[in-house]
Design a protein around this ligand. Structure first.
Ligand code: BJW
Length: 241
């Protein structure tokens, strides 16, 4: 393991890190929100109104994720390597619901917007692994009740997961890095402000193009994640920040 002087690192990732693995982003011109409306598939109201449509939307994305061609890319692997080298100091907070960070080897990871490969029972609140299709007939593995399962993701208007743990890590960090996120969805979009308010940490944005909050980052590097993330990690491991 390499040694260095200081610091805790929080890395926030978004859909851009999985783009070169073959998964769509949301707000790019060819992104998911160019094909479906948020109000139809990604709110609790949409699920009440038309659960079959919402299940179908996530079933199709689950099937895509399971396709043999979808693998972690060099950016996921670089973050896993950073965490393996500095296991006590690196927390990855992802907005992504895919499992590519885990498959790359990242272990200290928060899925703040949930996981598409999990089901949550609205009757007993149990969370279960759910690799296949989900329908209105699907039964909860814990309470056996059918018809109450939903995908375990965070829709608009719902509270993201593990916010207390995330805010604590942001307060304690010395380096905050945002990778592949447009900075348009809160509370994640506000993390850089939280970190700056405390005033100690270095902040870096790695993205294809400047995000909405780009001017808040002290350091900005633009290019495909598979190039800029491994370069950034190599620099961190060799020179620190
Ligand atoms: C590349 C690349 C390559 C491409 N390499 N880069 C008014 C003001 C402020 C807030 C609100 C408001 N009205 C409502 C709100 C709150 C709302 C919100 O933020 N709305 C905004 C639209 C304004 N937020 C919420 O409701 C959240 N909950 C909440 O706030 O609870 C209350 C609370 C209060 C206080 C504290 C804490 C909580 C919940 C948000 C849930 C978001 N859910 C989704 C769907 C999840 C399930 C699913 O996947 O279907 O999460 S929406 C979608 O957006 C998904 C993503 O995680 C999220 C962020 O998107 P992301 O990852 O940034 O993707 P893109 O596509 O936007 O950007 C990709 C970037 O990658 C781009 O910049 C590209 O350039 C780049 N890129 N290729 C590197 N190869």
């Amino acid at each position: 393991m390499r040694q260095r002087d200081t610091g805790k690192i929080v890395i926030l990732t978004g859909a851009g890190i999985s783009k070169e693995s073959g998964l769509d982003t949301f707000r790019d011109p060819d992104g998911i929100w160019s094909r479906v409306r948020i109000e139809d598939v990604a709110t609790p109201e949409a699920f009440v109104r038309d659960p079959v449509r919402v299940h179908d939307f996530y079933n199709a994305r689950r099937e895509r994720l399971r396709a043999g061609s979808i693998e972690p890319n060099a950016a996921h692997r670089a973050l896993a390597r950073l965490q393996a080298d500095w296991p006590d100091d690196v927390l990855v907070v992802t907005q992504n619901i895919d499992d590519l960070h885990e498959r790359a080897g990242t272990t200290t990871l928060i899925h703040m917007h949930g996981e598409i490969l999990q089901a949550r029972c609205q009757a007993c609140h149990a969370v279960s692994a759910w690799p296949g299709d989900m329908t209105m007939e699907s039964a909860c593995p814990a309470c056996t009740q059918a018809g109450d399962l939903r995908v375990n993701v965070v829709w608009f208007g719902e509270m993201p997961f593990e916010m207390d743990r995330i805010l604590e890590a942001l307060e304690a960090c010395d380096l905050f890095v945002a990778v592949g996120t447009s900075g348009s969805v809160y509370p994640a979009a506000g993390f850089v402000r939280e970190v700056r308010m405390i005033g100690r940490a270095h902040t870096a944005e790695l993205n294809l193009v400047p995000s909405e909050g780009h001017s808040l980052f002290a350091e900005r590097t633009y290019g495909p994640a598979t190039q800029v993330v491994p370069d950034f990690v190599e620099r961190l491991l060799n020179e620190g920040w």
